[in-house]
Design a protein. Structure first.
Lengths: 120, 545
């Protein structure tokens, strides 16, 4: 399968691209932040809506939203007096989705036997 | 969660971090330690190489401790009292080491900065208080650093309108480079230059016998308020909250993990020795060259005047050396003090904060640093700004708030959920508690003698000792009642105990509200409110006059 040669999309990552990618992955690497992101999969929400879905304290949710915004995973939009938080682009959702599928794959019996084969 | 399962993954990559740039290889000014290279160091040669790579935060914080304010105060002490107060330095050194070692350990084990830990363990009120306190004090400190720049370059005839903007630009350029290694190298140059002050004591010093008697604790012939004031100033400039915040964050940014704690301790110890050597050299040099008899001990002179006096009595070489070291100390102090603010503010807010990052990657962190430096530089350049009054007020405030910062530090270091097997041992708690008590007594005495005009130092000492004794007894009783927390260390190998690191902050169980903890926090709150009220009252009466 060949990828279209987009700029900054070299097959072996450049050092700088790897650093930036690791930054993005770091933003995803906390259970609380993954919970918040999963609450945003269906579309933008306000902070109070997120709190209701993920069952965390308000200060914790605000803090983690700030981390996600700082890493440009989440974007914020003002609508009247409300602030709507949403995934920055569709790739964030896809990333989450693929990571979950990866886990499902690991949990399948066939995957386990595969591992055993290799170990043996 | 508490006991990590054995894993081949490098410790440095598994630990909790607030910023990804805090994970990875240690890139020191001299040497690198790869994140996977945790093997035992068997030869002395290897150990030394590792020490060279890991050392830095302790050396820098201690050299920066010897900043413009410290040089002035120690110079004043030498000027007014000769070497009589040398013993204070000898007593301060272990306290300084113990405090900074705790901060470095907190950083290495938790991966979270001091301000962030206060937020997580004591809540928003204490965090806002600590951060606000830090910002106000650091701004004032930064102003004194820039005053140091004007005084030192003014000695050579450079106008402040050139020296101050130049210094600010240098500081911002060095910090915004986006390379931890380059930043640390620049700091090392300043650290090395700082130590040249030892030549001052070698150039000219009082007879060795006078230095010897100075090591015996006593308050000299002036056991009144001026001596007490100077004593507090000596303690306050030596041990200050920004150093705790700075070293903890810098240890994290340097990517030091619990595996390297022993090396970090050596680093802190070397730094302490460097600080003591430099501060003693200033005190001895000023004592030898100025003579302690002629001057009025209550009359305090600024650092520029000390340099000119030195030139007058001991030759231009001594005056010039003092001025150069003053410039150097001011720059080093300014760099570290403003970094402690940008680290703390960024980690509390939750944005990226690392010297490994360039300004476009960490705009808040670098922006905060630049804004702080520029604002302080501008304040110094405002004609007729009441700089002396600001400095005095802030010294009073710093003294009052220091015990609060130390108690919070001590509580964090006894937090078993946070530090697991690396919490303070008993003997360390005893030393730290003794230091905090002494500082608390001195500060309270000073505040009482300032606020109640007629009271004698002895009466103030009695009142303070009684108050501290009552609080101490209450605390001791609750601590005795409190069941000792179950040691978490059982079942760990020594290696696991030594390399234990905290889980991710959000996974650490909330602090349990034991009675001892609640009582300590309540007493701390009462102390802070009473002291701030006394200071406000004193300020009000001064303004009304």
């Amino acid at each position: 399968m060949t990828r279209p040669p987009l700029p900054g999309y070299e097959a072996p990552l450049s050092r700088e691209a790897a650093e930036r990618l690791a930054d993005t992955m770091f933003a995803l690497a906390a259970p609380s932040r993954l919970l918040i992101l999963s609450a945003l999969l269906d579309g933008p929400r306000t902070v109070s809506e997120i709190i209701a879905v993920v069952d965390m304290e308000q200060s914790a949710v605000s803090h983690q939203l700030r981390v996600l915004r700082d890493h440009r995973v989440v974007s914020v939009e003002r609508r009247g007096r409300e602030r709507l938080y949403g995934l920055r682009d569709e790739h964030v959702g896809a990333l989450l989705d693929h990571a979950r599928r990866h886990l499902l794959q690991l949990d399948r019996p066939s995957a386990q036997s595969d591992r055993l084969d290799r170990a043996g | 969660m508490a006991v990590p399962s054995p894993s081949i993954a490098p410790l440095a990559d598994r630990r909790a971090a607030l910023d990804r740039a805090h994970l990875g290889d240690i890139e020191g000014a001299v040497g690198t330690v790869r994140s996977y290279d945790t093997a035992p160091r068997r030869t002395i040669h290897r150990r030394l190489l590792t020490l060279l790579a890991v050392a830095g935060p302790g050396l820098i914080v201690m050299a920066a401790d010897n900043d413009a304010g410290t040089m002035t105060v120690f110079g004043q002490a030498g000027h007014g009292y000769g070497t009589q107060l040398l013993w204070v330095l000898v007593l301060l050194a272990p306290a300084l080491f113990v405090v900074q070692e705790m901060a470095a350990r907190l950083g290495a084990v938790t991966g979270a900065g001091h301000a962030r830990l206060i937020l997580e363990r004591f809540g928003r009120l204490w965090c806002a208080f600590s951060l606000g306190d830090l910002i106000v004090l650091n701004f004032a400190l930064l102003v004194t650093e820039f005053i140091g720049v004007t005084l030192s370059l003014g000695y050579f005839g450079v106008t402040r309108y050139l020296s101050v903007p130049l210094a600010a630009a240098c500081l911002i350029a060095v910090t915004a480079g986006g390379s931890f290694r380059r930043w640390e190298r620049a700091m090392y140059v300043l650290v090395a230059a700082d130590l040249s002050v030892i030549a001052l004591a070698v150039l000219h010093h009082p007879p060795a016998a006078a230095i010897g008697t100075g090591l015996v604790p006593r308050l000299g012939g002036h056991p009144g308020r001026p001596a007490l004031l100077l004593l507090i100033a000596l303690i306050g400039t030596t041990i200050s909250p920004w150093q705790i915040f700075f070293q903890q964050s810098n240890v994290i940014d340097k990517r030091i993990t619990p595996r390297w704690l022993q090396y970090a301790r050596v680093d802190t110890a070397l730094g302490t020795m460097a600080f003591v050597a430099a501060a003693a050299a200033i005190m001895i040099g000023c004592a030898g060259m100025l003579g302690s008899g002629g001057a009025d001990p209550g009359h305090l002179i600024d650092a520029g005047a000390i340099a000119r006096l030195l030139a007058l009595r001991a030759g231009p070489a001594a005056g010039g050396l003092f001025a150069i070291v003053l410039l150097n100390a001011s720059l080093l102090g300014a760099g570290a003090v403003s970094l402690s603010i940008s680290y703390s503010a960024s980690e509390v807010v939750g944005v990226r904060h690392s010297l490994h990052r360039q300004p476009r990657d960490a705009p808040v962190f670098h922006g905060c640093f630049a804004a702080f430096v520029i604002a302080a530089a501008a304040t110094v350049l405002i004609p007729g700004a009441p700089l002396g009054a600001i400095t005095t007020l802030v010294q009073a405030l710093a003294g009052i708030l220091l015990p609060v910062a130390l108690v919070l530090l001590l509580m964090l270091c006894n937090d078993r959920e946070l530090l697991g097997p690396l919490t303070n041992p008993r003997w360390l708690n005893a030393i730290a508690a003794a230091a905090v008590t002494v500082i608390l007594i001195l500060v309270t005495m000073l505040t009482i003698t300032t606020v109640v005009p007629g009271i004698s130092v002895l009466d103030a000492a009695i009142v303070t000792a009684a108050a501290v004794a009552v609080c101490g007894a209450a605390l001791a009783m609750t601590f005795r009642d409190a069941r000792p927390p179950r040691p978490r260390a059982t079942g760990m190998t020594p290696w696991q105990r030594l390399t234990w690191s905290s889980p991710m902050l959000e996974l650490v169980p909330a602090a349990s509200g034991t009675r001892a903890r609640l009582l300590t926090l309540a007493l701390l709150r009462i102390y802070t409110l009473v002291m701030l009220a006394l200071l406000a009252a004193r300020l009000g009466s001064l303004l009304a006059r």
